[in-house]
Design a protein. Sequence first.
Lengths: 116, 114
Amino acid sequence: AQKITQTQPGMFVQEKEAVTLDCTYDTSDPSYGLFWYKQPSSGEMIFLIYQGSYDQQNATEGRYSLNFQKARKSANLVISASQLGDSAMYFCAMREGNSGTYKYIFGTGTRLKVLA
Amino acid sequence: DAGITQSPRHKVTETGTPVTLRCHQTENHRYMYWYRQDPGHGLRLIHYSYGVKDTDKGEVSDGYSVSRSKTEDFLLTLESATSSQTSVYFCAISEAWTLNSPLHFGNGTRLTVT
């Protein structure tokens, strides 16, 4: 069964520094997609970035990039040049491609606090 | 922003009463999902739908039922609410037939069962 693990309940980072949020996953399906979401204190869920299991390159979207290590089953989110507005909960999620169930499974999240 | 409306946004109800939460989308997406969010548990899938009248269970489906009679509406029902169902409930939609389709979320419903 698919599983997502985020081992960092909370993290602090200084403004303008880079930060890495960890995500490991477990699946036996060779085809899968990994997603990161941001949830600010206002509560909405914002899609940030996607990585496919067959993608040759790490995904990037502006200041967000994914450090995808397939053999280690990790998909860590890297935020460069942190801003105060990056303070939020961050969730990693996965969907299997061949299970036929169309389920998206989430981790427990990491709360990031950016310090001025 | 994806056109997803959840109603009500807030609800307080008593133990043992039935509660229905509604999710309405204007995107004509085939796939719809109900999640609950609790501290320390992240988002957990309750039920999802892959078409009109087609639904399946998620990881925490006990005590919940769903219905989808139209593409745009997905209802979540708590037949007899319990205090353990106090949570924030999110509806999400996806095109889903391509692996890179992300979920798009509604703004959530905060349910308190007293």
